[in-house]
Design a protein around this ligand. Structure first.
Ligand code: CU
Length: 314
């Protein structure tokens, strides 16, 4: 009797678990169009790059799903483009020769995958030569929200930051491979994008109120260099390696983000006073080329920033 009861409870609990998953799992349709356009990569607007992009912007739009969701993806490569393009979601477990294959101009590709592993992942174009497609701006982030949130406190604000090396000459692939002549660090597509302290033409910063938990979803889209991510005048409260709360570090000053890695960083600034933090790639050659982001913690922080669409400030 006792064992029957125990089994019955287990079966019921399992059924409840499955039904919960079925309620939350959904199919998320995502469509992107490859665009080959010139874009400014500095705040003044006088330095441009002949970019290849998803939907005409660097980075491509953030994709956000829940663990267990199915991503139903379509890539359109318009006939006016000169190059084949592709899509490689690091959150997918599929066939590189099938789902991730190249799409010629004038063609469209469609595939689905289940986002089984929670975390933050890079996506990028894998068309050949891949180094060139990434250096020209074809990348973004996919956030797979974890189901299990017991070790994942709710954030008050969330921001996406994606770093990329800028090469004025993206046509010489051999130079890209040798890491020669890179002149800038782009944060979400621009040098010193959110750093009016270092660039008088910068107009945007990240904002939060003192004491709020600010969560940074970070991707290193450099083609060659790791990123030493450090908050100047702060300490990372938590670093979730690969953005997965099962891999949590506490009280970290600097965390090294490998090329093509995504990590999540929480920072909680002092609650009793306004402060500023500069989020930098502490590799000086990258910081001084543009990898500095100001986070202002002030009582009148814009309530729209760090929420909804505004997790990525364009
Ligand atoms: Cu491409």
């Amino acid at each position: 009797m006792h064992s029957f009861k125990k089994t019955a409870i287990t079966v019921m609990a399992t059924a409840a678990l499955f039904s919960t998953q079925q309620v939350f799992a959904k199919t998320v349709e995502v469509t992107m169009t490859a665009r080959e356009v010139d874009l400014a990569v500095n705040n003044k607007g006088d330095i441009t790059m002949a970019t290849w992009t998803y939907d005409g912007a660097i980075p491509g739009k953030p994709v956000r799903v829940n663990e267990g969701d199915v991503v139903d993806f379509t890539l359109i490569n318009p006939a006016e483009n000169k190059n084949s393009h592709a899509m490689d979601f690091h959150a997918a477990q599929v066939d590189v020769l099938n789902e991730f294959s190249e799409v010629k101009p004038g063609n469209t590709k469609h595939f689905k995958f289940e986002a089984k592993v929670p975390g933050v992942f890079m996506y990028h174009c894998g068309a050949s030569p891949m180094v060139q497609h990434i250096a020209k701006g074809m990348y973004g982030i996919i956030i797979v929200e974890p189901k299990d949130k017991k070790n994942y406190p709710k954030a008050d604000r969330e921001y996406v930051l994606i770093q990329q090396q800028f090469f004025p000459d993206t046509e010489t692939v051999s130079a890209l491979l040798e890491n020669k002549d890179w002149k800038g660090s782009l944060i979400n597509g621009k040098m010193f994008n959110y750093s009016p302290v270092h660039d008088p033409n910068a107009t945007k910063v990240l904002e939060s109120k003192p004491g709020e938990r600010v969560r940074i979803f970070f991707v290193n889209a450099n083609i060659n260099n790791p990123v030493a991510l450090h908050p100047i005048a702060g300490i990372w409260d938590r670093v979730y390696i690969n953005g997965n709360p099962r891999n949590t570090l506490y009280g970290i000053q600097t965390y090294n983000v490998a090329v093509a890695e995504g990590d999540t960083f929480d920072i909680v600034s002092p609650a009793d006073r306004p402060t500023n933090v500069a989020i930098v790639d502490h590799s000086m050659g990258a910081a001084l080329r543009g990898a500095i982001t100001v986070l202002m913690n002030k009582p009148d922080a814009d309530p729209k920033l760090g929420r909804g669409e505004m997790i990525l400030i364009r």
